[in-house]
Design a binder for this molecule. Sequence first.
Ligand SMILES: [Zn+2]
Length: 228
Amino acid sequence: MISEILRVRTPLVSFHVLRDDAGLLLLDAGFVGGVGFLRRALVRRGWENEPIRGILLTHGHLDHTLNVARLAREHGAWIAAPRADAERYLGRGSSRGWGRIGGMLEAIGRPVLGFRPFVPDRLIDDGDEIETGCGLRAVSLPGHTEGHTGYYCEALRLLFCGDLFASFGRWSHFPPAILNADPGKMAASVRKALSLDLAGVLPNHADDAEPSEHLRRLRVLADRLTPG
Ligand SMILES: [Zn+2]
């Protein structure tokens, strides 16, 4: 079943495609150039004629949402996204402390990069089930944004963990403070993710390691968090 997961890697951020009998589901939709990277990745996998029926978002940051409106329109795909980030899909949203700097960068980037606002067809809450071949359950992991959400596939014991951390070997790290809307919630979200029965995690900012290796790196990072 893991062969039915495709990772679309772009220079700044990756995203994932899931395939089942009904077609393709995107988990996030990439950043600059993402549409072209997606097209080429689908051709390489032989999935280019499969319908894209839905786009599911981990959170409302621009490097995950830039192409959502365009892809949804072109493919007639539904959009499902975390409720607490709803303002961000409209091109708004606020952050606290250092996170305001990231918010300012996004405000500059949206018009420059041609971001199109969108209203999701479905707003996702913690525990919601998403009907796919492998079955996904929404796991709310706030901190990076207020709505930041992972998606857990119980059958594969895999968590699509969004931007919970970045996984690049020895340089693995939690997102920098300027990119976190509510950093006080990060540690609890990491513990919540690691409390799941996991064989691996799939972060969006990551090298080509296996999901099990990403999980090992997350556990190393988590060990350094202050207990609480
Ligand atoms: Zn992010």
